[in-house]
Design a protein around this ligand. Structure first.
Ligand SMILES: Cc1cc2nc3c(=O)[nH]c(=O)nc-3n(C[C@H](O)[C@H](O)[C@H](O)COP(=O)(O)OP(=O)(O)OC[C@H]3O[C@@H](n4cnc5c(N)ncnc54)[C@H](O)[C@@H]3O)c2cc1C
Length: 381
């Protein structure tokens, strides 16, 4: 039997679930979310939950500021705690060029109303006493940044959406998207056929594969990212901010009884491999020990790898597809999807239900890739 829905969402990660929640909250209850695995099992489950407002583009700063205000009231909104800790983000510059970038971005961030401090290395050390600042030229600190628990957040969005009537089907893979004469008709899945005038691609690192089902080329690369959790250690204090080396992308913070840390691998190649490359751990140890001298010798409790969904300008693809009526995109989050999920959910609901988002999202349009990339997000970690 063919089923119907007002809106079909492909992917029950934090983005798909936030969109479903915001649609239902705005009165659109006939929403179906189709998930090939289980709720939140994709990149959302592999993310350390960092939430920062320090970006180089106005649009990303605004998405973050709106999302932080939602995370602050997450439990009131969804009935589920987000485990949001506003211990801040401390960003470290180690070259003169990076110091200049920090200076100009702090002006933009302040213009937009963000509370942000530009610090000397010594001032940075006052905030994080275990930090070795010999390589640091300057730092920025935003006290309202922080981190939340991705599992709690995706459960909060999905359970609140379900209470409002949304249906989420797990173990249901979308295998085809149907369109005719430039209009979306529905999707075929491993379990059933669905008809709907609206389909949203919120499929994380798999979005380019899903786009191909309807002849759409999405410039989204799946790239493996690692993080490791140390054995119990009290060397990093409990209320320590998320600390990020802008140059290498090395980051760390306290997690439970230990330290959680990670870094981008410049040699990583595109693909869906999420096995752990233990050979990369000593490379992170080498870089990280510049900031935490004890890191090389610390015991490791566990590691994990997940997928980033990166675009050429490190900005998400959010909006309506101009060539196919009824097809919407919320993908290519380039490492920022968790933190931006509240604002993106709201924007997508406005776009679908009112045909216009309340915020200017033109810089996230797919059509921008028809020309060479112009404004890149520089705060890509
Ligand atoms: C190591 C690491 C660190 C990160 N750190 C941060 C951070 O600190 N802060 C931050 O904001 N972000 C971070 N990210 C990025 C963040 O995890 C993602 O941006 C976010 O989870 C994206 O959510 P999503 O819902 O778009 O994707 P996902 O969570 O991947 O959800 C997409 C879902 O679509 C499903 N799907 C795909 N294809 C189909 C299909 N054909 N049919 C049905 N279902 C399908 C998948 O199974 C998946 O569950 C990090 C990522 C990694 C890997």
């Amino acid at each position: 039997m063919v089923k119907t829905a007002e809106v079909l969402i492909i992917g029950a990660g934090v983005i798909g679930c936030s969109i479903a929640y915001h649609l239902a909250k705005s009165g659109c209850h006939d929403v179906v979310v189709l998930e090939k695995d289980s709720i939140g099992s994709g990149s959302t489950s592999k993310c350390p939950g960092g939430i920062r407002q320090q970006f180089s583009t106005e649009a990303n700063i605004k998405l973050s500021m709106e999302s932080v205000s939602f995370f602050e009231r997450f439990e009131d909104e969804t009935g589920h705690p987000a485990d949001f800790h506003q211990h801040g983000y401390l960003m470290l510059a180690t070259t003169e060029e990076e110091a200049e970038i920090f200076n100009s971005n702090v002006s933009l961030q302040r213009q937009l109303g963000l509370e942000i401090m530009l610090l000397s290395p010594e001032e940075a050390r006052e905030i994080v006493p275990c930090l070795d600042v010999k390589d640091v030229i300057c730092a920025t600190f935003c006290p309202t940044d922080g981190y939340a628990d991705p599992y709690s957040v995706v459960q909060g969005f999905s359970s609140a959406a379900k209470r409002l009537g949304v249906k989420i089907y797990e173990d249901t893979e979308v295998i085809n998207i149907k369109a005719k004469e430039g209009q979306i008709l529905g999707v075929s899945t491993s379990k059933a056929e669905y008809m709907s005038p609206v389909v949203v691609i919120a499929s994380g690192a798999y979005a380019a594969q899903v786009g191909k089902m309807v002849g759409l080329a999405l410039p989204i690369s799946p790239l493996r990212r690692h993080m490791f959790v140390s054995a119990p250690s009290d060397k990093v204090e409990r209320n320590t901010p998320m600390v990020v080396d802008f140059h290498t992308g090395f980051w760390f913070r306290r997690e439970g009884q230990g330290i959680i840390f990670g870094m981008r691998n410049p040699d990583e190649t595109e693909g869906f491999n999420t096995s752990i490359d233990w050979g990369f751990l000593p490379v992170i140890g080498e870089v990280g020990s510049h900031y935490l001298p004890f890191l090389k010798d610390i015991g490791i409790a566990r590691g994990q790898a997940g997928l980033h969904a990166d675009t050429p300008d490190a900005k998400a693809i959010i909006g309506k597809v101009s060539e196919i009526d009824g097809l919407y995109l919320a993908c290519g989050f380039s490492g920022h999807g968790f933190m931006h999920s509240p604002a993106v959910g709201k924007i997508m609901a406005e776009l679908i239900l009112e045909a216009k988002a309340g915020t200017d999202i033109s810089c996230f349009a797919l059509d921008r890739f028809k020309k060479p990339v112009s404004q890149k997000e520089r705060y890509f970690i």
